[in-house]
Design a protein around this ligand. Structure first.
Ligand code: NAG
Ligand code: NAG
Ligand code: NAG
Ligand code: NAG
Ligand code: NAG
Ligand code: NAG
Ligand code: NAG
Length: 660
């Protein structure tokens, strides 16, 4: 954090700390509620209107939380809105993560210290273009579970989770001296097919039990009457969401049908929109955002801008929509602050609108962080997935006649290798096939170490293979992110149906769950001893268009003698196709320049070290630009500008219909 930032922070915090000290001694005076006669919120007895922005702490490294929150404060916001993703905090049943980047209480405290109120959306379902809408994949261990309903197993898991989470939240409520003014129950529940009021009543009951009777609970739904029918409940204040360019009068009329009196609230006013791999980067013009924002504020409405700061789907956290289309690593969202926290023209335009209605803080706005182009880094192939199998899957395979899903082998993210042998000679190309939705989501197929091709959910159902009877067939399956919206978010991963070779069903599988994170942190066992495989990989200039899935590594050092390094940077993948990338063991996410629109991945400075070389590990799944013919092509490059919006040249993916 720069000296500038610390200085600005301390100026900001002085009066606030005094304020909160008084709050602690006078907690009973703090109250936040609705004034139905004046159609507004009441804060400590005074009419109050929030102008808020969404930020997801789970998409911003904790290193940068203060910087982003301060920029939001300086834009004139008086509140932030945030989700809590259940699966981020309870990766395995009963195993909780609440430290470092998972320290949600610390994030809320920082907002408080910054003088920002908090609109909390703890789910349990959050949508958010986040894996499975925030629900943990282990819920699917009961295969027929009906998520987001009164299914007793679902409710039992929710109950346990809320029993852990909400007691942490209670002291942070406004009336208890904290910043949380309102708490959302579920999320756009009216868009889901179950329409189960008992479920909403159950949640309302649990929220009241843990948080008390005073807290203001609310719901959010798309601004359509049919959506509010299933999404709202007596006792939960109904709000709506809609984007720039919508008919504001008409949208708030919908809210008024459920809430004839009380504050007007747009809980998600879209400053931008989400992306999918293979579709153009979404943009919403600044002019459309500012004119709608002006009109809503002029009406006296409460507005939350979704997103104000989008951030990054690090590791495997992106979600997907149906028909299956996964979201990329960047969650920039075309928001006022970019993925890397930079100020944009939209930021200043929004601030200028806000200042027409409210006082925005004086003083300098923290500048965009400097970026550095560390340049090209040469990589070398370390091991194929097959060669590293002992390290990737230390517990070894599960044997099964028919394929098992990820959940059945208790692997929730990343990759599982399915291995069997060819039951017959396939000297002529023989079709290896899955049904339309049988491979979830992408399978990299090889026979005896010779790449054969790719199967892809909803896209590619057959690949021709050749090989002799008894040859090893490897099908490496990638989970590309679970569906986060709509009816199909019970999204099982892996081979969820049989594969057929010619006319016969393949059987007798060895199923290897792969723990890539541990293996990468352990440098995949180093350079020596090439695993246990006897496969010889052909050079990529063979007839095949694919290389075997493999790990490539390289080191780079931060240049000495340049002040203020390390700085943030962006990594790009010239000539690479699709895969996953880690720096010093930190999983940055997926890259897929062959499909776009995202070409670079954000690399925050705090994962870089100056004391030793930094290690880049790339798992290329499809085709690496590395061969002995021209080793100079086997490079990645660090640049100082993001590219997340290349023109996408194909449009074979279906367009996803609008949210509301
Ligand atoms: C408590 O706070 C309220 C509102 O901020 C203020 O009006 C009141 O005087 C305070 N009471 C005491 C005892 O400090
Ligand atoms: C917006 O909606 C209102 C109320 O439904 C309607 O009277 C008005 O004509 C609409 N405006 C536009 C531009 O469609
Ligand atoms: C497969 O082909 C090889 C050589 O092409 C032959 O030796 C072998 O007998 C064949 N196996 C079967 C099961 O047909
Ligand atoms: C597989 O091979 C057959 C016979 O050579 C050919 O007709 C078919 O188009 C191929 N299928 C694919 C998916 O390549
Ligand atoms: C695979 O095929 C077997 C035999 O037909 C069948 O019993 C089994 O249900 C199939 N598995 C899946 C996941 O479709
Ligand atoms: C191999 O890839 C290149 C470039 O992506 C493409 O032009 C070519 O058609 C592919 N060849 C085959 C056999 O798929
Ligand atoms: C990269 O750096 C790591 C950590 O300093 C070191 O263990 C490794 O040998 C280096 N690898 C190469 C290829 O230089």
């Amino acid at each position: 954090m720069s000296g500038f930032l610390v200085h600005t922070l301390s100026l900001l915090l002085m009066p606030l700390l005094l304020g909160s000290a008084r709050g602690l001694h006078n907690a009973s005076q703090r109250m936040f509620k609705i004034d139905y006669s004046q159609n507004c919120f009441l804060k400590d007895g005074q009419p109050f209107r929030y102008i808020s922005g969404s930020i997801h702490y789970h998409r911003v490294p904790s290193f940068y939380w203060k910087d982003r929150l301060l920029k939001m404060k300086m834009a004139g916001l008086n509140a932030i809105q945030m989700y809590i993703p259940w699966n981020f905090h309870e990766p395995l049943p009963g195993q909780y993560q609440f430290s470092d980047d998972h320290d949600v209480e610390h994030f809320i405290q920082l907002a408080h210290e910054m003088g920002l109120l908090v609109i909390l959306r703890p789910g349990p379902y959050i949508c958010a273009e986040w894996d499975m809408g925030g629900l943990p994949a282990w819920l699917l261990e009961k295969e027929c579970i009906v998520l987001r309903s009164s299914d007793p197993d679902y409710l039992a898991a929710v109950d346990k989770w809320l029993g852990v989470l909400l007691p942490k939240i209670k002291p942070l409520l406004y009336q208890n001296g904290g910043p949380i003014i309102t708490v959302q129950v579920e999320n756009e529940y009216g868009s889901y097919f179950t329409c189960d009021y008992d479920y909403l009543r159950f949640l309302q009951n649990r929220f009241r039990y843990h948080l008390g009777d005073e807290v203001l609970l609310f719901t959010t739904d798309g601004a359509r009457e049919t959506l509010l029918q299933c999404g709202t409940l007596q006792g939960l204040y109904a709000t709506v969401d809609f984007g720039a360019g919508s008919n504001i009068t008409a949208a708030f009329e919908i809210q008024r049908k459920t809430e004839p009196r009380g504050p007007l609230v747009n809980s998600e006013f879209y400053t931008g929109w989400l992306d999918h791999w293979g579709q153009p980067h979404s943009r919403v013009s600044t002019e459309a955002v500012t004119s709608s924002l002006y009109n809503m504020l002029a009406l006296g409405a409460n507005v939350n801008m979704y997103m104000f700061m989008g951030g990054t789907n690090f590791a495997y956290w992106n979600g997907a929509n149906t028909p299956y289309a996964a979201q990329p690593t960047s969650y920039d969202y075309d928001a006022p602050l970019t993925e890397s926290g930079d100020l944009t023209e939209k930021y200043f335009a929004v601030r200028d609108i806000i200042r027409k209605f409210e006082k925005v803080p004086d003083g300098p706005i923290p500048p965009s962080t400097p970026k550095f182009a560390y340049g090209k880094v040469a990589l070398k192939k370390l091991k194929t997935v097959g060669e590293a199998l002992n390290i990737l899957s230390p517990s070894g395979p599960t044997k099964s006649i028919y394929p098992l899903t990820f959940v059945q082998v208790k692997q929730y993210f990343g990759f599982v290798l399915y291995r069997t042998t060819l039951p017959k000679n396939c000297s002529d190309p023989t079709p290896l096939s899955a049904p339309i939705n049988g491979v979830r989501d992408r399978a990299y197929v090889s026979v005896n170490g010779v790449p054969q091709g790719i199967l892809e959910r909803n896209q590619v159902f057959t690949v021709n293979i050749t090989g002799e009877a008894g040859a090893t067939l490897d099908v490496l399956v990638e989970n590309m992110g679970r569906v986060n919206y709509g009816r199909y978010n019970n999204d099982f991963k892996g081979l969820i149906s049989n594969l057929t070779l010619g006319c016969s069903i393949l059987t007798d599988w060895l199923i290897f769950p792969l723990n890539a994170e541990n293996a990468v942190r352990g440098h995949l066992g180093g350079w020596g001893g090439h695993g246990n495989s006897c496969h010889v990989e052909p050079e990529p200039h063979s007839s095949s268009n694919f290389t075997l899935p493999a790990f490539y590594v390289g080191n780079f050092s931060i240049p000495a003698g340049i002040p203020d390094l390390p700085q943030d940077t962006f990594i790009q993948f010239p000539g690479w196709t699709k895969g996953q990338v880690w720096i010093n063991g930190f999983n940055l996410g997926r890259y897929w320049p062959a499909r776009g629109p995202q070409m670079t991945l954000f690399v925050p400075q705090h994962i870089l070290v100056t004391s030793a070389p930094n290690t880049v590990t790339v798992l290329e799944l499809e085709r690496a630009p590395c061969s002995s013919v021209d080793p100079a092509l086997c490079t990645v490059e660090f640049v100082d500008k993001p590219v997340i919006s290349t023109a996408v040249t194909y449009s074979h993916l279906p367009t996803w219909p609008d949210h509301v």
